[in-house]
Design a protein around this ligand. Structure first.
Ligand SMILES: Cc1ncc(COP(=O)(O)O)c(C=O)c1O
Length: 385
């Protein structure tokens, strides 16, 4: 690995993202084996790198997209329209116009539903869509980085408002609601929580089928499958997840689940561990007793650690036996540009290569790439040959 990384830096310079196809392949297998009866969508927001999405599409993975440009990206991958689910708040007419023909729209609010119906009426075109529902139950877990459902939020329609809106929903003549999307949160490492979430979503489906009389054809259960960013965290137990999910679906008798497409979506589980962020130490300085290691590509290359407060596994390529506490920072003119504060690493020299793992999701695209017009990271995709 060390020689390969040195070669890559010599060839492409730094900072650099390297993505390994063999790891993505392995993660696809794990998800497919865990969710045997489910279709899998890849959340483009995690990393829309063209070679990554091309490989995922070739492996029959659909697209969970959250902007019209992501819909277009998925279209370029030749993914069928039914497997492109477009769920985001704040869509505008232009988005809807394109999305009607090229994806399945998941409406996130009543006003969005109204706008879609109006546009369809103008086109005299009836369409089938999904709605995102914000469940009326909150995760009892503090360990999740991003909770996105079960509380007041800009995402989805509050579950408890559905029944009172039933008549109004049926007055929308040009749309038929055939799908449900629920997304509770990201970064879940406790499989029981995922199972509780699935159970609750099935209650929502029961409401939608048996009280709202929707002809439900697909359920997108979301996902939120986490990865252990640091060694202190445990992996998600996929074996237990598989057996409990199978049990849950075996027991479901309130409606005929066999005729419904079951869908999950995942970003980081598929790609986070497949990516490394590589950079080089360009300066080292001591300031008032503290040691600062300056690299290229802090918040403008790999912003995620700063943004989330998570220190990713970090390796220094040198042979030093002595450890020291340092702060790794980027080269932006802001004190915010810190990658890792007070991290214990082998004694570092100027010119050493630093490799940060678990950088394949929310790395490149979530960074402030244009900030201060510094050099931007290159992205290299290593095929599994
Ligand atoms: C609706 C929705 N789906 C999927 C994802 C992907 O999450 P993750 O990368 O944790 O799998 C997100 C993340 O924000 C999301 O909001």
């Amino acid at each position: 690995m060390k020689n390969n990384i040195n070669e890559l830096v010599n060839k492409y310079g730094f900072p650099l993202y390297v993505y390994y196809e063999n790891i993505i392949k392995n993660k696809i297998e794990i998800l497919k084996n865990t969710f045997e009866k489910f279709e899998i969508l890849y959340s483009y927001k995690a990393n829309p790198n063209k070679e990554i999405i091309n490989f995922l599409s070739a492996n029959n993975i659909g697209a969970d997209v959250a902007s019209i440009n992501e819909v277009k990206l998925a279209n370029k991958m030749n993914i069928s329209k039914e497997k492109i689910l477009y769920s985001s708040p704040g869509k505008v007419e232009e988005d809807i116009n394109y999305a009607i023909e090229n994806s399945i729209i998941i409406a996130n609010s009543y006003s969005e539903l109204k706008m879609i119906d109006k546009i369809c009426k103008e086109k005299n075109k009836k369409i089938k869509i999904g709605i995102r529902i914000n469940p009326n139950v909150e995760f009892n877990e503090k360990n999740i980085f991003e909770i996105m459902g079960g509380r007041a939020s800009q995402f989805g329609i509050d579950e408890e408002t559905l029944l009172e809106k039933k008549e109004w929903l049926y007055s929308l003549e040009y749309i038929e609601i055939i799908g449900i999307h629920v997304y509770m949160g990201s970064g879940i490492l406790n499989y029981k929580l995922i199972c509780d979430n699935f159970r609750y979503i099935l209650n929502i489906v029961d409401l939608c089928i048996n009280k709202m009389n929707f002809n439900i054809k697909f359920i997108d259960f979301g996902g939120g499958f986490g990865i252990p960013y640091t060694k202190k965290k445990n992996k998600l137990d996929m074996k237990s997840l598989n057996s409990e999910i199978n049990e849950i679906f075996k027991k479901e008798k309130r409606f005929n689940i066999d005729n419904i497409r079951l869908i999950i979506e995942s970003g980081r589980f598929l790609t986070a561990e497949a990516g490394k962020f590589i950079t080089k130490v360009v300066d080292i300085k001591k300031s008032r007793g503290e040691k600062y290691v300056i690299v290229h590509g802090g918040m403008n290359g790999f912003y995620r650690p700063n943004f989330t407060g998570v220190i990713h596994p970090t390796i220094v390529y040198n042979s030093s036996a002595e450890n020291e506490k340092v702060t790794i920072c980027g080269n932006m003119c802001t004190p915010l540009d810190i990658i890792a504060k007070d991290i214990l690493l082998p004694k570092i020299n100027i010119g050493d290569i630093i490799v940060i793992s678990n950088a394949g999701s929310y790395g490149y695209t979530m960074s402030l790439l244009e900030f201060i017009s510094q050099r931007q990271p290159k992205e290299i995709y290593i095929k599994n040959i």
